[in-house]
Design a protein around this ligand. Structure first.
Ligand code: ATP
Length: 645
């Protein structure tokens, strides 16, 4: 048979040079690319055979075989897919037809370092074989052509390649890599199996390798004639939902997450539209130990057409949902997509938005079914029937929230578009419930007539929150206050100014304005107290000028003599203490001391010989009551003792 020599298209020669020189640090990807091509070839055959089943010839089972020959130093990837005619081999393996790669070529700068970074962002496909091979032989026969119409394509990866017509009985393609001296590590069953497991486990065709057996006499592994699949060949997410059992979903989750607990919920969807992808997302039952590490990568694995691309694709999930586990399989992204490119891609943004929406929808659903529904009989005598399935969901949201609620709150500051949805998912303890179970909607439904705001307080722990003097008037008036004890609350709540049209108001910030909840008499008494107390307040201000920004009379206290508040917009004392404990500089803003004109201690101040000491004690006690420490504890003790003896 006569051989023909062809020149590579100029761009191919250029690409080959780059591939061999720049992709060296990540050699093993060549196998992923070639297995992926083999799998594509099988997909193409399956597609063409829909109209022409004779293309299957006598081999209807599509498969990929990976074999190596230690003596010849060759590695061969064979598929029984569509194959290539001689003309196709010349066209497809000698030119670059893909627009993506052409675009890449046009962006080459000639600077090897920059170009090496660029190349990582584009699929290099077949040519990546030259990273490990100094010569590649491709033997192929297109499905439907006669055995004598096969082709052999040979190239050393430089300027040209040769083709000749051969006889090949088997349909499909063999890519034979003649390995370079420094790539003989791939002549290993174990190594190849490991790479296939890493990148190609979910290719839906079997990838076969010859079995190996230890030969005692020779002291080495011997290849047997028997072939076995080395991938699991089950891309679960590509199957139809109705064909997958709950057990299979749970099992897949375990493999994916190494988490022994069953997931709380999952969602499996095929999304079509401007961006086409499949998502299978799981909500774990338990938080990982490093949940709080914001650098922790997302638990999403990215596949492109069933080929594994990367673990922890953080661009596919916002940081506050970093605990979600799952798989995204895109039909649009290039195989060689890099993390950098992911950050910029429009397709990826669409996937990320879709994933976020899906997770929030799953949580909404769990939240709805959290409380065991009582079979409440309506006025019309009709009773809601609660399905067994819904009953099984009861309590799951509470479980989720206890584990992940704090991280979810980060979303208030991070994801403005979904802020309202996130707000609906929040749960808090309150003055009416020790359990962290009150939603903002529950709270609103219980608001008193005339109540203009959703009130909350932040503190280190539930006891401190509950006993805070700032709550006294609310308790007296029977107004519920949300008790927030998460470190992230103060920051998160600073991003949520209102819920469903009602403002959120910290009871430790600003002047308390209970508006129409105060009766006329109380209002008048407060105004009168402010007037009569003016001289006393001025004296207090003078005594405490280093500690307090202002001193004023308040209506928010009932039993306590005084409390500290900050102005709206200032960092609360609680947050300032937390920042200090974390070694950070807290913004300096002095608190405001509010005094209870009705309290005996405050009344005693007037004309007291110990005015200055009492003033400082009042301030320091207010600080102690909200979980702080006097700036000079020894001075505080001394002052109290002086009064005690
Ligand atoms: N095993 C194979 N069987 C049949 N055709 C193949 C095979 N491998 C490669 N080809 C042909 O060669 C072409 C070029 O392959 P190459 O890997 O460079 O690019 P691609 O597969 O189109 O893109 P990518 O690999 O980046 O997804 C393919 O489009 C296909 O037509």
């Amino acid at each position: 048979m006569s051989k023909h020599t062809h020149s590579f298209q100029a761009e191919v020669a250029q690409l080959l040079h780059l591939v061999t020189h720049s992709l060296y640090s990540n050699k093993e990807i060549f196998l992923r690319e070639l297995v992926s091509n083999a799998s594509d070839a099988c997909d193409k055959l399956r597609f063409e055979a829909l109209n022409n089943s004779s293309l299957f010839e006598d081999a209807p089972n599509l498969e990929v075989r990976v074999a190596f020959d230690k003596d010849a130093k060759t590695l061969t990837i064979t598929d029984n897919g569509i194959g290539m005619s001689e003309g196709e081999a010349i066209d497809h393996l000698g030119t670059i037809a893909k627009s993506g790669t052409k675009d890449f070529m046009s962006r080459l700068s000639g600077d090897q370092k920059k170009d090496a970074q660029l190349i990582g962002q584009f699929g290099v496909g077949f040519y990546s074989g030259f990273i490990v091979a100094d010569k590649i032989t491709v033997e192929s026969r297109r499905a439907g052509l006669k055995p004598e119409e096969g082709v052999r394509w040979v190239s050393g990866g430089t300027g040209d390649f040769e083709t000749e017509t051969i006889t090949r009985a088997a349909r499909g393609t063999s890519v034979i890599l003649h390995l370079r001296e420094d790539a003989t590590e791939y002549l290993s069953h174990w190594k190849l199996k490991q790479i296939i497991g890493k990148y190609s486990d979910h290719i839906s065709l079997p990838i076969l390798m010859q079995k190996e057996e230890w030969d005692k006499d020779k002291g080495e592994y011997i290849q047997k004639d028997e072939w076995e699949a080395v991938n699991s060949a089950s891309a679960l997410w590509t199957r139809s939902k109705k064909d997958i059992s709950d057990e299979q979903y749970a099992e897949f989750y375990k493999n994916l997450s190494y988490d022994q607990d069953a997931p709380l919920a999952w969602s499996h969807n095929r999304v079509e539209g401007s961006s086409e992808y499949t998502q299978l997302l799981y909500i774990p039952a338990k938080a990982p130990h490093d949940l709080w590490n914001r650098d922790r990568k997302a638990g999403i694995k990215l596949y492109v057409k069933r080929v594994f691309i990367m673990d922890e694709a953080e661009a596919l999930m916002p940081a506050y949902l970093r605990w979600v586990k799952g798989v995204v399989d895109s039909a649009d992204l290039p195989l060689n997509v890099s993390r950098e490119l992911l950050q910029e891609s429009r397709d990826v943004r669409a996937i990320r938005d879709g994933n976020t929406r899906r997770v929030l929808a799953m949580l909404e659903d769990l939240a709805k079914k959290d409380k065991p529904a009582e079979a409440a009989e309506g006025a019309d005598g009709v009773t809601d029937v609660v399905s067994e399935e819904d009953k099984a969901q009861a309590g799951k949201y509470s479980q989720f929230y206890a584990e992940f609620g704090s991280v979810l709150k980060e979303g208030l500051g991070e994801d403005f578009a979904n802020r309202d949805k996130i707000a609906k998912l929040l749960r808090f303890a309150s003055t009416s419930s020790d359990a962290v179970a009150v939603s903002l909607a529950d709270y609103k439904a219980r608001m008193k007539e005339g109540q203009a705001a959703i009130y909350y307080i932040t503190a280190d722990n539930l006891a401190a929150a509950k006993h805070s003097p700032q709550l006294e008037v609310f308790r007296k008036k029977g107004i519920e206050v949300l008790l927030m004890t998460d470190r992230v609350d103060e920051w998160a709540l600073s991003h949520l100014h209102e819920f469903d049209g009602t403002p959120l108001q910290s009871v430790a910030k600003g002047a308390v304005d209970l508006g129409s909840l105060l009766d006329e008499e109380e209002k008048k008494a407060a105004e009168a107290a402010a007037e009569t107390f003016k001289p006393l307040l001025d004296k207090l201000k003078e005594s405490l000028k280093d500690k307090a920004k202002d001193v004023r009379v308040t209506t928010r206290l009932v039993d306590s003599p005084a409390c500290l508040v900050v102005e709206d917009g200032d960092v609360s004392n609680q947050l300032a203490r937390m920042l200090k404990a974390a070694g950070q500089q807290a913004p300096l803003s002095k608190p405001i001391l509010e005094v209870n004109a009705e309290h005996a201690l405050v009344k005693k101040l007037d004309g007291s010989a110990h005015f200055d000491d009492l003033a400082h004690i009042l301030f320091d006690q207010a600080l102690l009551a909200e979980g702080g420490l006097p700036e000079d504890p020894a001075a505080y003790v001394k002052r109290v003792n002086a009064l005690l003896v």
